[in-house]
Design a protein around this ligand. Structure first.
Ligand code: S3P
Length: 433
């Protein structure tokens, strides 16, 4: 064990029950989009509930490097002085997105529209992840993009501008791909369209509409008309359902537990976790439904429940793609077998999440078979404590810690610093329950 892993480890012991009434930080996807659209809109936007995680702060920094003035007014409250579609300036240095796939792919879309030179890169995980999925359509629109492996791997250098609209049929359901193309489409004359095999999260299209762009969505096809007049907005980012998912699952799998998470985004493109846990038998209620920033928001209460195995495949997968690690924890202690298929995208997330979920949950006594596009999970009555590795992946770290709350004995997760990429304050909430 290295010194850093020792220092940044977290240990949890089993809890008799978990009770709490909590909030989770702002939605990561919505925060990125709020930073991006506010920066290229006309006028001053005020964003409340902005997720102050490494990933989203990197997106803010990127726009500061391009001349956007951003002020922190309070915790999670930012004013962003939008410079308009043509107001960004050439960054003086390489843009570093850290660990954020959303930042690098969405920013590629914006940079493709700029008549200046930029270089964008990220950490070791980012530099391993495929970028051809955004680079190729952006090249088709007219951007000049170079990178390792013919532009599939960061660092990427981009010289953009003079874009033409395209109609892109994507082979993967990916909100990052869809969003990169739609954002580039803002700088093209005419209508840019993306057709996905299944609908991925639609925060970009909702927020573009809120900022005044002409967006049309029909099923899994969406288009935007270029050169809109984007108007500054005031918005409050709802809590991140992907963060709430850890505590929803914790309550469900731990005896005598009940946790309410207030103010969580329940956009239907993100609520696959609720649908699947309910199919498994979980007692989950959704109350006080309202709307924040054009996004449905609610309070979610989850109670201890007896779970059974289910099949997860097809259009459901993009609706819960980031929740597969924590759903695997639920499946690991459910009665019967859970099959997760059509989820090959997991192989190219922050880590190969099929292999990292299997390696870590197996250490805790889970019974999981690997498939090329998913897993077959045979439920066991109880997991046992172990020393787990995060592999540098925030969602693996948090999933193992939640598993540890109802396991037998102590669970230690090494190298948990990465949790801050999406969920600063996770450990404090865990302690408070
Ligand atoms: C995200 C999209 C998802 C998700 C990621 C955030 C986004 O990726 O895994 O954590 O904000 O657009 P893809 O839909 O591109 O697979």
């Amino acid at each position: 064990m290295t010194e850093v892993e020792q220092l940044e480890k977290i240990t949890v012991t089993p809890r008799k029950n978990l009770l709490g009434d909590i909030t989770v930080p702002g939605d990561k996807s919505i925060s990125h989009r709020a930073a991006i659209l506010s920066s290229i809109a006309n006028g001053t936007s005020i964003i409340k509930g902005f997720l102050e995680s490494e990933d989203c702060l990197n997106t803010l920094r990127a726009f500061e490097h391009m001349g956007v003035s951003i002020n922190k007014l309070d915790a999670g409250v930012y004013s962003i002085y939008g410079v308009g579609l043509d107001g960004l300036s050439e960054p003086g240095d390489v843009i570093d997105v850290g660990n954020s796939g959303t930042a690098i792919r969405l920013l590629c879309g914006v940079l493709a529209g700029q008549r200046f030179y930029s270089v964008i890169t990220g950490d070791e995980s980012i530099r391993r992840r495929p970028m051809g999925r955004v680079v190729n359509p952006l090249r088709e629109m007219g951007a000049q993009i170079m990178g390792r492996e013919n532009g599939d791997k960061a660092p990427l250098s981009i010289y953009g501008g003079g874009l033409r609209p395209i109609r892109h049929r994507s082979s993967i359901a990916s909100a990052q791909v869809k969003s990169a193309i739609l954002l580039a489409g803002l700088f093209a004359d005419g209508e840019t369209a993306v057709i996905e095999p299944a609908l991925s999260r639609n925060h970009t299209e909702l927020m573009l509409q809120a900022f005044g762009a002409d967006v049309r969505a029909r099923g899994a096809e969406v288009s935007v008309v270029g050169r809109p007049n984007l108007k500054a907005q005031q918005m409050t980012v709802p809590g991140d359902i992907s963060s709430a998912a850890y505590f929803i699952t914790a309550a469900v799998i731990t005896p005598s537990s009940q946790i309410t998470i207030r103010n969580v985004g329940i956009n239907p493109t993100r609520t696959g976790i609720l649908d699947v846990l309910r199919m498994m038998g979980a007692d989950i209620s959704v109350d006080n439904i309202r709307s924040e920033a054009g996004e449905p928001t609610a309070d979610i209460t989850a109670k201890s429940s007896r779970l059974c195995g289910v099949n997860i495949a097809g259009d459901l997968v993009p609706r819960l793609i980031d929740e597969v690690p924590i759903l695997s924890v639920a499946a690991a202690v459910a009665d019967g077998v859970t099959i997760i298929a059509d989820a090959e995208e997991l192989r190219v997330k922050e880590t190969d999440r099929i292999s990292t979920v299997i390696s870590e949950l197996t250490k805790m006594g889970a019974d999981i078979e690997e498939m090329p596009d998913g897993m077959i999970i045979h439920g066991v009555p109880k997991l046992k404590g172990a020393v787990c590795a995060s592999h540098g992946d925030h969602r693996i770290a948090m999933s193992c810690l939640i598993a540890g709350l109802s396991a037998e004995g102590e669970t230690t997760v090494l190298d948990t610093k990465n949790i801050a990429t999406s969920f600063p304050g996770f450990a404090d909430i865990l302690d408070s329950l």
